[in-house]
Design a protein around this ligand. Structure first.
Ligand SMILES: O=C[C@H](O)COP(=O)(O)O
Length: 248
């Protein structure tokens, strides 16, 4: 399972990228608002995230109608080859997914401060993939049927919101398991991004359930690596080592 960060905070992405385990970032309008990013600053902010992490970055539209979503998605997709367009799983969202997934865009990286000497852009050019079909992350998924429709419309990723289902008395991990099993039976390509995770137990549970990706807050990622016995064990090893050096 791949680990993604669910944030728009540059420092959190920088810290997680340094661990060597970060495979993607998911943002949404709430994350952008919390990071203090205005609409006019979005492109620069997303390009900075791409530069820091060199991984796929989901960027969510705010339009509610298909025409508006397509226009925003086409714009986002030109910001970097790493941009994945995030669309809500509604009727208008499905229409936009179908249109966007069949369109072609130039990933020009226009306006990026790092456009010269950028490894992402160089790699992309080397692969002679100067035009591409935008990848789509279908968000706000709460049922298997919503996910199947999004995949049929052309989404590459589907994002079930685990913690939000738990919060209303349903079982978010069971949805992930059901969805993973359904995709296996149907031999349906598409990746499950388990989202809205609330704690480390969710992360283990969605991995067992078959999620391809878990996206989480930076605080949850840090919780995954910490254990008091690891800290105490390391301290004991170092004490023994120092003592053995003093005895010589
Ligand atoms: O946009 C996707 C997020 O994973 C939603 O998470 P949230 O419920 O913590 O806002």
């Amino acid at each position: 399972m791949d680990f993604y960060l669910d944030t728009a905070q540059l420092e959190e992405v920088r810290a997680a990228a340094a661990w060597g385990v970060l495979r993607g970032v998911t943002t949404n309008p709430s994350h952008m608002a919390r990071a203090g990013v205005r609409e006019s600053e979005m492109r620069g902010h997303i390009q900075e995230l791409c530069w820091i992490a060199d991984v796929p970055i989901s960027v969510e539209v705010v339009a509610l109608d298909a025409d508006g979503m397509v226009a925003q998605g086409l714009d986002f997709a030109t910001w970097s080859p790493h941009v994945v367009v995030k669309l809500p799983t509604t009727v208008e969202g499905l229409k936009a997914m179908a249109r966007l997934s069949r369109s072609e865009v130039m990933a020009s990286c226009q306006g990026c401060a790092h456009v010269t000497d950028c490894p992402i852009r160089a790699r992309f050019a080397q692969q002679q993939r100067l035009t591409r079909r935008p990848e789509i992350n279908a968000t706000l998924i709460f049922t298997v049927n919503q996910a199947l429709l999004a995949l049929a419309a052309g989404a590459s990723y589907v994002s079930p919101f685990v913690g939000r289902l738990d919060a209303v008395g349903e079982d978010g991990v069971a949805l992930v398991a059901d969805l993973a099993q359904t995709l296996r039976v149907q031999q349906q390509p598409g990746k499950i991004i388990a989202a809205a995770l609330r704690h480390p137990v969710h992360v283990t549970a969605v991995a067992r359930a078959g999620a391809h990706i878990a996206t989480m807050a930076y605080t949850i990622l840090t919780q995954l690596i910490e254990h008091p016995l690891t800290t105490a064990g390391l301290e004991a090893f170092l004490q023994d080592y120092r003592r053995s050096q003093e005895e010589r």
